[in-house]
Write a protein that binds this ligand. Structure first.
Ligand SMILES: N=c1c2ncn([C@@H]3O[C@H](COP(=O)(O)OP(=O)(O)OP(=O)(O)O)[C@@H](O)[C@H]3O)c2ncn1[C@@H]1O[C@H](COP(=O)(O)O)[C@@H](O)[C@H]1O
Length: 110
């Protein structure tokens, strides 16, 4: 799973050298951090609305789509600040390891 995030991180880094009219990500970088954060906020709102609809309809397709938009724009914000997706994966891994769940999972394998 994190292979895709790493590959996307490479593309987000490459886009820093691209002209604003050649790519969506390059156009966001050119507009600056406030515009990128505005997109993160919009996608968060759309994710919330889609989750509420999904609870009633039982169809999760839209909330998955909106969550992908939210993750993507969050990664653009991090890339703009010079961070990689792996930094978030590592933080989640650190929390997982701290919780002791990894140890319990490996014990139950034996
Ligand atoms: N994963 C994504 C991705 N997810 C969503 N989006 C774009 O994010 C935008 C979502 O914003 P909205 O739904 O608000 O649509 P919009 O009206 O077009 O946006 P605004 O004009 O309001 O900013 C759309 O333009 C989507 O195309 C993405 N654009 C790019 N990627 C990845 O980023 C890579 C680089 O993209 P480019 O920079 O376009 O080459 C691509 O290869 C993809 O892997």
């Amino acid at each position: 799973m994190s292979d895709i995030l790493s590959a996307l991180g490479d593309i987000l880094d490459e886009r820093k050298g691209a002209s604003a009219d050649s790519s969506y990500v390059a156009s966001l970088y050119a507009k600056g951090l406030n515009k990128i954060l505005e997109k993160v906020g919009e996608e968060a709102t759309e994710t919330i609305l889609a989750a509420k609809d999904a609870e009633h309809s039982g169809d999760n397709q839209d909330v998955i789509y909106e969550t992908a938009d939210l993750w993507f724009h969050s990664l653009v914000a991090l890339a703009h600040l010079g961070e990689r997706p792996e930094a978030v994966i590592n933080e989640l891994a650190r929390r997982f390891n701290m919780s002791g769940l990894e140890e319990k999972a490996s014990r139950s394998d034996k």
